[in-house]
Design a protein around this ligand. Sequence first.
Ligand SMILES: [Zn+2]
Length: 105
Amino acid sequence: MTVHQVPDTMPRPRDNPPARRHHGLGERLVLSELNPDAVVDQGQDEGVPLNLITFGHVREVCPKCKQHLKLVLRQARVRIAHLLCSDCDSCFDAHYANGKPALTP
Ligand SMILES: [Zn+2]
């Protein structure tokens, strides 16, 4: 008796290219909260205000207070680019549904 089993890992036909090829815009971003201490160097300089340079608001909103988040790119006291909620001071990382980081090229 010969049974030809088709393995589950058969390659799929190549006639199914990824439908979305546009560059992020219009795609929902996945937010994951970051520890602000890991993102921003709070510094040892007591009394020196932390001046974050923000790059405008993004479409994504804070999951907690529904405020539009601000984009903060890497700068003197910022270790990683992130999205900041100025309302509750939460920091978020953002990536696309396919796992590609949205904030770092
Ligand atoms: Zn918030």
